[in-house]
Design a protein around this ligand. Structure first.
Ligand code: 1CP
Length: 362
C-alpha cells in the first residue's frame, strides 16, 4: 500500500455543497463568482507582518497556531471564497532533512546545490512525521473555516528541482536546463524523488482534510513544449494520479505557460491556472472543454489607479464569460501570479467586492 492510500481514510472529508469555489471547479453554476488570490496569506497584510516580525519563515510554517492565524487573516479581511494554507513549497524538503532556509526578501536558499548523481542519491526520502505540524494546522483550520474551503498546495517536481539545482531563486534556470539536457537520466531520477516529496506534502494536507489542492509549477514556463513533455509531464502526471484517490479537485498553475497549457491539461488536474499573458478564451482553447480555468488579473494592476484596476477586473470577468459560453465548465477568479508585497490590501478587498457584485454568467 502506498503512503497515500494508507492515509486516505484518516479523516472523513467534509461536504461543502454551497461553496462557490468548489461548485465552479466541479463545472456547476455557483451562487456567486468565486475569487481567491495566490499569495493572499502573508505578503501585503500588516497583521501578517506584525506576526512574522523576528520569526523565521520556515519555523513559522511549522507552528500550527501561527499557520492557522495567518491562513485565516485574508479570509477575514477580504471575504475570499477559499483559504490557502500558509506554508511554502520547500517545507517538505526541510522536514525531510534537506539543508534549506528562506532568506527574507530572497526566497529559498540551499546549503548545497544538487547537481550530480551522488547529490540526487543523497536526497532524503519524505518524512510524514516531519509534516505532522502541517497536518495539525490543516485539521484546526478545517474546524475554524466553517463553509470556506481550504486549499492545500505543493510545488511541482520541476519547480522544486530548479531551487535544488540552482541553489536558490533563478531567472534563467540555466543549471537546471544544463542538467536536464546534459544528464537526462540524473534529472529524471531527481524529478522522481521530488515527485515523492510533492505527493507526501499533498497527502499530509489531504489526509488532514484539505478541500482542494493547487500544484504550483511556477517556473516550468522556461521550458519548450518538447522538453516539458519529455522531462516534466510524466512526473507531474504521477503526482495527480497518486492524489486522485482523495477525490478533491486539483488546480495546476505555472507562470509564462501559454505554450504549455494544452500539455498541462494532460496532467490529471481538474482546473488550469493561466497567468495574465494568456487571455482566458485562448487558454480555454488550449486546455480543451473538460477543464475549469482559474485566473488571471495581472497582479501589478493592483498597484494601478482604482478605475484602471476595476476596468481590468471587468475585462477578465468578460473573458471568463466568453470562455464559459464556449464550453469551459467553470471559472475561479484569481491573479495571474501571486500578490506583490507592496500591494495595498484595500485593492484586494475592492476586487473581491467587484467580482462578487457581478452576476454569474447564465
Ligand atoms: O499563497 C499563499 O498565500 C500561501 C502561502 C505561500 C505559497 C502558496 C507561500 C508563503 N509560498 C507559497 C508557494 C511558493 N513558494 C511558490 C509557488 C507559488 C508562486 O509561484 O508564487 C514558490 C515559487 C515559492 C518559493 C518562494 N518562497 C519564493 C519565491 C522565490 C523566487 O524564486 O522568486 C519566496 C519569496 C518564498 C518565501 C515565502 N513563501 C511564502 C511567503 C509569504 C514568503 C515570503 C517570506 C518572507 O520573506 O517573509
Amino acid at each position: 500500500m502506498s503512503a497515500a492510500s494508507a492515509q486516505s481514510s484518516a479523516a472523513p472529508r467534509r461536504a461543502l455543497p454551497g461553496s462557490p469555489f468548489l461548485v465552479a471547479l466541479a463545472g456547476d453554476r455557483p451562487s456567486r463568482r468565486p475569487v481567491w488570490f495566490m499569495r493572499q496569506a502573508g505578503r501585503s497584510l500588516p497583521e501578517y507582518r506584525a506576526l512574522r516580525a523576528g520569526r523565521d519563515m520556515l519555523a513559522t510554517c511549522l507552528d500550527p497556531e501561527l499557520v492557522c492565524e495567518i491562513t485565516l487573516q485574508p479570509v477575514r479581511r477580504h471575504g475570499v471564497d477559499a483559504a490557502i494554507l500558509f506554508s511554502d513549497i520547500v517545507v517538505p524538503l526541510k522536514t525531510a532533512g534537506v539543508g534549506v532556509t528562506i532568506k527574507p526578501g530572497v526566497g529559498p536558499v540551499l546549503d548545497a546545490p544538487v547537481r550530480a548523481r551522488a547529490d540526487v542519491d543523497a536526497l532524503p526520502p519524505p518524512s510524514p512525521e516531519g509534516l505532522e505540524p502541517v497536518a495539525s494546522a490543516v485539521g484546526s483550520l478545517i474546524a475554524e473555516l466553517g463553509q470556506t474551503p481550504l486549499i492545500g498546495f505543493a510545488g511541482a517536481p520541476f519547480t522544486l528541482a530548479s531551487y535544488l539545482v540552482e541553489g536558490g531563486p533563478s531567472k534563467h534556470h540555466e543549471k537546471t536546463k544544463a542538467l536536464m539536457t546534459g544528464a537526462p537520466d540524473v534529472f529524471a531520477a531527481l524529478l522522481d524523488k521530488l515527485a515523492d516529496h510533492t505527493i507526501s506534502f499533498l497527502t499530509a494536507q489531504l489526509a488532514a482534510g484539505a478541500d482542494a489542492v493547487q500544484v504550483f509549477d511556477s517556473w516550468v514556463g522556461a521550458l519548450t513544449l518538447a522538453d516539458y513533455e519529455r522531462h516534466v509531464l510524466p512526473h507531474t502526471r504521477r503526482v495527480f494520479a497518486e492524489i486522485a484517490q482523495f477525490g478533491v479537485p486539483g488546480v495546476h498553475f505555472g507562470v509564462n505557460t501559454g505554450h504549455l497549457l494544452g500539455a498541462m491539461a494532460g496532467t490529471g488536474a481538474q482546473a488550469i491556472g493561466a497567468d495574465w499573458r494568456t487571455p482566458l478564451p485562448e487558454a480555454a482553447k488550449a486546455v480543451g472543454p473538460g477543464l475549469a480555468l482559474q485566473g488571471n488579473l495581472d497582479p501589478a494592476l493592483l498597484l494601478a489607479p482604482r478605475a484602471a484596476l476595476e476596468a481590468e477586473t471587468r475585462r477578465v470577468l468578460a473573458d471568463a464569460d466568453a470562455a464559459l459560453a464556449e464550453g469551459t465548465p467553470g471559472h475561479v477568479f484569481n491573479l495571474g501570479h501571486g500578490v506583490l508585497p507592496e500591494t495595498d490590501p484595500g485593492a484586494l478587498t475592492a476586487v473581491v467586492d467587484l467580482v462578487h457584485s457581478e452576476p454569474v454568467a447564465p
